[in-house]
Design a protein around this ligand. Structure first.
Ligand SMILES: NC(=O)C1=CN([C@@H]2O[C@H](COP(=O)(O)OP(=O)(O)OC[C@H]3O[C@@H](n4cnc5c(N)ncnc54)[C@H](OP(=O)(O)O)[C@@H]3O)[C@@H](O)[C@H]2O)C=CC1
Ligand SMILES: CC(=O)N[C@@H](CCC(=O)OP(=O)(O)O)C(=O)O
Length: 346
C-alpha cells in the first residue's frame, strides 16, 4: 500500500487526485490539507464524496508532523507554494509529486522570464523529473525523488507533436499550437474571468505570445528534436467544464503520406496504454473523466503541413491522472492501477 498525503486537496486538481486515489486499490490517503477549510470534512466541500470520504481537512502547519505516516506527498497548489513542502519531504526522505510548475523548467532564468518569480528551491531542480511517461522516461521517473508533473496544455501539445520531432519530419521553426481548454483549467478560486456570465456562450484567446506553458512545451520538444525550438502557442477558453483540444500545425520537411505518418505514431505509442492513435478526429467528450489522450493526424497536401490533434481531460491526463500514473511507476505498481476508466458518453 502506498501511503499518500495531499496538499491542496480542495482545489480542482486536488479533488480529482482524491477522487482517483480514494478508489485506488494500492494507495491509501493518510491526510488531506487545505488552506481555507481546515477542520471541515472533505465531503462538506465536495458533497459527491458524502459517506465515501468524510475525513477532516488539516492545515499546512500540521504537514511536517504527519510526514512520517506517508510514502509520497502530492501538492496541487498555486505556483511557488509547493517548493517549501518539497523541501520538508526531501528532509524526511519522502517522494514528492508536484502538480504545479515549481520544478518543471530546467533553467532558473527561463522560470523567471515566464513566471516573473524566482525558483524557491533551485537546489532541487536536478532531482526533479518532468513526469510525462510517454516520452520514455520511466526509468528516470522510477528512480527520482521529485516529479514535476506536466501542465495540462503541455501534456496535450507535447504528446501530439513528439512523434513528428522524434522522426525529424517537420521544420522546427514552423510549429503553431492552437489549444482550447475548459474553465476548470483556471482552478476553483474566484476570478472574474471564470464567472458563468464571463465565459458562457463565448470563446476567447488569451495569453497570446505570453502564456507560460510556451516555455514548458519548447523545453520538452527541444529535447526530443535535439535543437532549440521556438514556437507559437495560443490557448483559448471555451465554455465547458473540462477538456483540452490541442490542434498543432507544422511544415513537413519532405513528401510523406498520412499513412506513413500514422505508422510512425502507432510505433511511437505502441506500448502506451493511455495514448490512443485514432483515425477519427479527437473530441474531448471521449476522454472526459479519463487518463487517456486521443491523437489523430492529417496532412494538407496543398500546403505540405501536418496537423496533429490531441484531446485530454485537463484535470486527469493534464493533472491528477498523470500524477497517479507517475506514482504507480515510482512505486513499481501497474501503470494503469486505479486509472483504468473509460469516458461516460453522452
Ligand atoms: N486545473 C487544472 O486543470 C490544472 C491545474 N494544475 C496545477 O495544479 C495546481 C492547483 O491548481 P487548481 O487545482 O486548478 O487550483 P485551485 O485554485 O482550484 O486550488 C488551489 C489549491 O491550493 C490551496 N492553496 C491556495 N493557496 C494556498 C496556500 N498559500 N497554502 C496552502 N494551500 C493553498 C487551495 O486551498 P483552499 O481550497 O483550502 O483555499 C486549493 O486547495 C496549480 O499549480 C495548477 O497549475 C495542473 C494542471 C491542470
Ligand atoms: C483555462 C485556464 O486558465 N488554464 C490554465 C492552465 C492551468 C494549468 O494546468 O497549468 P499550470 O499547472 O501550469 O498552472 C491557464 O491557462 O493558466
Amino acid at each position: 500500500m502506498v501511503r499518500v498525503g495531499i496538499i491542496g486537496a480542495t482545489g480542482y486538481a486536488g479533488q480529482q487526485l482524491v477522487w482517483y486515489l480514494n478508489m485506488h486499490k494500492n494507495a491509501e490517503i493518510k491526510f488531506m490539507v487545505s488552506n481555507s477549510y481546515v477542520g471541515q470534512e472533505f465531503s462538506e466541500i465536495y458533497r459527491n464524496f458524502k459517506k465515501f470520504l468524510d475525513d477532516k481537512l488539516i492545515g499546512v502547519e500540521d504537514v511536517e508532523s504527519k510526514l512520517d505516516e506517508i510514502d509520497v506527498l502530492f501538492m496541487a497548489l498555486p505556483h511557488g507554494k509547493s517548493a517549501p513542502f518539497v523541501k520538508l519531504a526531501m528532509d524526511k526522505g519522502i517522494k514528492a509529486i508536484d502538480l504545479g510548475a515549481d520544478f518543471r523548467l530546467d533553467s532558473e532564468e527561463t522560470f523567471k522570464e515566464w513566471y516573473k518569480d524566482d525558483y524557491k528551491h533551485p537546489e532541487f531542480i536536478k532531482d526533479a523529473v518532468y513526469g510525462l511517461p510517454e516520452l520514455k522516461r520511466r526509468e528516470e521517473i522510477k528512480n527520482c525523488k521529485i516529479i514535476a508533473n506536466p501542465g495540462c496544455y503541455p501534456t496535450a501539445s507535447i504528446l501530439a507533436l513528439a512523434p513528428l520531432l522524434e522522426n525529424d519530419l517537420i521544420e522546427k521553426d514552423s510549429i503553431v499550437i492552437d489549444a482550447k481548454s475548459g474553465v476548470s483549467g483556471a482552478g476553483r478560486s474566484a476570478k472574474i474571468a471564470s464567472l458563468y456570465t464571463e465565459c458562457n456562450e463565448s470563446i476567447k484567446a488569451y495569453g497570446v505570445t505570453t502564456h507560460r506553458h510556451t516555455a514548458e512545451i519548447e523545453q520538452e520538444l527541444s529535447k526530443i528534436g535535439e535543437e532549440n525550438i521556438a514556437l507559437t502557442f495560443t490557448p483559448h477558453l471555451v465554455p465547458m467544464n473540462r477538456g483540452i483540444l490541442s490542434v498543432t500545425y507544422s511544415k513537413l520537411k519532405k513528401d510523406i503520406s498520412e499513412k506513413e505518418i500514422y505508422d510512425l505514431y502507432n510505433k511511437f505509442y505502441e506500448n502506451e496504454y493511455f495514448v490512443r492513435v485514432i483515425n477519427d478526429l479527437p473530441e474531448t467528450r471521449f476522454v472526459r473523466g479519463t487518463n487517456l489522450c486521443d491523437i489523430a493526424v492529417r496532412v494538407d497536401k496543398r500546403t505540405n503541413r501536418v496537423i496533429a490533434i490531441s484531446a485530454i481531460d485537463n484535470l486527469i491526463k493534464g493533472a491528477a491522472g498523470q500524477a497517479i500514473q507517475n506514482m504507480n511507476i515510482m512505486f513499481g505498481l501497474e501503470e494503469n492501477d486505479g486509472l483504468d476508466i473509460l469516458a461516460m458518453n453522452p
